[in-house]
Every structure is written in structure tokens, then in C-alpha cells.
Write a protein that binds this ligand. Structure first.
Ligand SMILES: [Zn+2]
Length: 220
């Protein structure tokens, strides 16, 4: 994919996440891995008005190629690309239900077999540190071990996927699961699936329905 095509694809995914209500204002960002690094949404971006020209090309070390100021969370995206060779794109949002659960500093447990879509028996919650810091990038990578998504305490969520289409679908799925879990918590004490039940679900995923993200080996 040429850099201009990558810019158009990132802008389209950014607008799509905005239309779905998962990115409101500048509270979220999208990137796509490129040969030289990544294309990422700009600092203070707005998905309602994001064109391909506003997207920023940069190296994974933080060097901007051309014009623009990248999202303040560029380091978290770059760290995921460096650590996870299976990550083709990254989506970070402050979507309502994900953020509400992250505010409880809780992982999304195996209350539903679809939690297995993200590669494990839960979606971890990385501890809180200040946004835009190298510490946050490191904690997110740690919480993503063997997973394609994690929550970020008192902040939101981040996930990676093999395509922008998959990333958007996964962002919608994670928001839906967090909302359903919070509804179950409000109504009572959800019964969680056992490790044996989740193992059976992971096996089923291999041959049936949506394919879960495979845990990938770390690059380092
Ligand atoms: Zn954020």
C-alpha cells in the first residue's frame, strides 16, 4: 500500500469509528503500519472532519515524515508495532463502556465466550499512568501479551488487528462486551465461564465463526 493510500485508509477508519460513536472529538486515534513506520491520526484530530491530508506519516522512533503533528499517543502505537509483528493497525478509543470498566480498574473477565476473540480468557486492564508517556506504552504492551486488546485504567482501550476493517469490528465488539458485562454487574453477580469452558470456546473458534486473534510471539 502506498503512503497516500495508507493515509486515505486511516482517515476512512477514523471517520467510521467517529460515526459509530466510539471516537468522540479528539478522544481516540488510529494508525496503520507502513514500510517506513506508520501513518497515524493527527494531534487534536476530529473524526468528523478528517481527510487523508491531515494524517501524519512517521517512523516508529518518532520522526515525522513530511508535515503534521501526530497523536499524543503515537508512542503507544509505535511500541505495539515494535513488540507485535502481527499488528498491522492499532485503534485507541475512550469508548463509553470500555472507559467505564477501565475506571473500575478491572479486566473484562470471561463472562461471555466472545471475550476469547481477543486471544485469551480475559481482556486485561493496564494500570493507570499519565497519557502520552513511554510508561503507558510499556504497560499497554505488557497488558497485550497474548491478546489483541487491553483496557487502560481510567483512560480507555487499545487494540491491534491485521486490517483496519478487523480493527473497527473488534472495537465495536469490545465496546459491546464491556457494555453487556456492566449491565450484568448492575443486575447481579455474573457467572464467569471456567477455564475448561473457555478452552472449549477457543477450540471452537478455530473451526467455526469469527476467528480469534492468535497470541503472537513478542519481537523482543
Ligand atoms: Zn486516550
Amino acid at each position: 500500500m502506498k503512503r497516500s493510500e495508507a493515509r486515505g485508509a486511516v482517515a476512512a477508519a477514523y471517520r467510521d469509528l467517529g460515526r459509530r460513536g466510539l471516537i468522540v472529538g479528539s478522544a481516540g486515534n488510529v494508525s496503520l503500519r507502513t514500510r517506513k513506520g506508520m501513518v497515524i491520526t493527527p494531534s487534536g484530530g476530529d473524526p468528523d472532519r478528517a481527510g487523508a491530508d491531515a494524517m501524519v506519516s512517521m517512523t516508529l522512533e518518532g520522526g515525522v515524515i513530511g508535515d503534521g503533528t501526530p497523536s499524543s499517543e503515537w508512542a503507544m502505537h509505535a511500541a505495539i508495532y515494535r513488540a507485535r509483528l502481527d499488528a498491522a493497525c492499532v485503534v485507541h478509543t475512550h469508548a463509553d463502556a470500555c472507559t467505564a470498566l477501565a475506571a473500575l480498574n478491572q479486566a473484562l473477565p470471561a463472562f461471555h465466550y466472545m471475550v476469547g476473540h481477543f486471544g485469551g480468557d480475559d481482556v486485561r486492564c493496564a494500570p493507570y499512568v499519565t497519557f502520552g508517556t513511554p510508561d503507558l506504552a510499556a504497560l499497554a504492551v505488557q497488558a497485550l501479551a497474548g491478546r489483541s486488546a487491553c483496557l487502560l485504567a481510567n483512560h480507555g482501550m487499545i487494540l491491534h488487528a491485521r486490517s483496519l476493517g478487523d480493527a473497527t469490528a473488534s472495537a465495536v465488539l469490545l465496546e459491546t462486551l464491556c457494555r453487556q458485562y456492566l449491565m450484568a454487574l448492575a443486575a447481579g453477580t455474573p457467572r464467569l465461564l471456567t477455564p475448561v469452558e473457555m478452552e472449549a470456546a477457543h477450540e471452537r473458534f478455530k473451526t467455526y465463526g469469527p476467528r480469534p486473534a492468535k497470541p503472537a510471539k513478542s519481537a523482543s
